[in-house]
Design a protein around this ligand. Structure first.
Ligand code: PLP
Length: 400
């Protein structure tokens, strides 16, 4: 008989850079997950905004299985049909003229930042190299992206860091106006700060960044790794703000659970990456491209409308729960990226609450120590939401 796999194998065999829950999920369907003991959980985390169409989605599984019987990997010395289909779909649906594929959000941002630097070097010279980013933002875990991310706890241990990065307060257009100069090569911004607390940008902030970038010939990069692929109720959040970036990064929900990253760019920027200037072995892999193309084909108007309706349902559940227990000071976000900030008395305890929720059979996320975050599947059912929030209420009753 095969040896039983237990959670302590993680501590014995894996690099301890994560602290996974005490249970091991083994099976999932829709927005329900089951662990080794058969205990059921409602999933309001969506694998951190990744499982956009739920677990074990039959359409995605069928597309993947069909492609798995044809071509898994061919390398970038050749192109392939799935990646061309996906690139065309993204170009047709967005501001972008060209797409570069990779395998994660960090890689998409790494590509975007490198592209912005090279674009500025080629057009204006080496002095134009400064990147403006925002406090509390998160852009990934490579050395460049932790440096650009606005959370020193993720970068401080890895010094020396790449130079030329400045962090300014989010939603503070004056701070940007006072700082930006002809040395600025790019501004990178999350339309909704995700990991850093679910904080939506003020529309005037994003519009102002666009104006300032145009004035100073700087590249505007939107990191839509978390907000993209339907999460906010539009295909990409920039479409709800009516402000177009020059470069946009996407990952997470784009693959519905299959790893993929994408950098979307306007033509003038895309032309800077000529053969040999940037690359990846697995980017544009036919399996990932097939699944992402299927995900996008399913994000139709009806599904996006459903995301906006589910937003209202979740906010109303949170407000009712708050009326009874007074645990939250604010509920914010767009579509199915929602944050509930804990009231003063419970600051710093978001993880304690999600641990209690898991005991009650509910998987939720945190966004920093003070904020509970919800990023469920975009097609989560009303019944799954009802059950999930009944369980959250039980957890909150034990928490307060
Ligand atoms: C806004 C944003 N950018 C980038 C990343 C990094 O993505 P990945 O973990 O796929 O590298 C994340 C991940 O949480 C994110 O939320």
């Amino acid at each position: 008989m095969a040896e039983k796999i237990t959670r302590d194998w993680f501590d014995r065999y894996m690099v301890p850079c994560f602290a996974p829950a005490p249970f091991i999920p083994v099976r999932a369907a829709g927005s329900r997950v089951w662990d080794q003991s058969g205990k059921e959980y409602i999933d309001l985390a969506g694998g951190i905004a990744v499982n956009s169409l739920g677990h074990a989605n039959a359409n995605l599984a069928a597309a993947l299985a069909e492609q798995a019987g044809k071509l898994w990997h061919i390398g970038n010395g050749y192109t392939n049909e799935p990646v061309l289909r996906l690139a065309k779909r993204l170009v047709d649906a967005t501001f972008a003229d060209k797409v570069f594929f990779c395998n994660s959000g960090a890689e998409a941002n790494e590509a975007a930042l490198k592209l912005a630097r090279k674009y500025a070097h080629d057009r204006h010279g080496a002095h134009k190299q400064e990147i403006i980013a925002f406090t509390n933002s998160f852009h990934g875990r490579t050395l460049f992206t932790v440096t650009v991310g606005g959370q020193p706890k993720y970068s401080a241990d890895y010094a020396p860091l790449p130079p030329g990065v400045t962090h300014l307060p989010y939603n503070d257009l004056n701070a940007v106006e006072n700082h930006i100069s002809d040395k600025t090569c790019a501004i990178i911004v999350e339309p909704i700060v995700g990991e850093g607390g679910v904080i939506p940008a003020d529309p005037a902030f994003l519009a102002g960044l666009r104006t300032l970038c145009d004035r100073h010939q700087a590249t505007l990069i939107f990191d839509e790794v978390q907000t993209g692929a339907g999460r906010t109720g539009a295909l990409y959040a920039y479409q709800t703000y009516g402000v177009e970036p020059d470069i946009l990064t996407s990952a997470k929900g784009l693959g519905g659970g299959f790893p993929i990253g994408a950098m979307l760019a306007k033509e003038a920027w895309a032309q800077v990456f000529q053969p040999g200037t940037h690359g990846t072995t697995f980017g544009g892999n036919p399996l990932a491209a097939t699944v992402a193309d299927k995900v996008l084909s399913l994000l139709d108007d009806e599904l996006l409308q459903g995301v906006r309706e589910r937003h209202d349902i979740i906010v109303s559940h949170l407000e009712q729960l708050n009326a009874r227990h007074g645990v939250f000071s604010a509920v914010r976000g767009k579509g199915l990226l929602i944050g509930a900030a804990l009231a003063e008395r419970w600051r710093g305890k978001a993880k304690t609450l999600t641990n209690l929720a898991a005991e009650e059979g509910l998987i939720a996320l945190i966004a920093g120590p003070d904020v509970l975050r919800f990023a469920p599947a975009l097609d989560i059912s009303t019944e799954e939401l009802e059950t999930g929030f009944a369980r959250l209420e039980r957890a909150v009753a034990r928490f307060v």
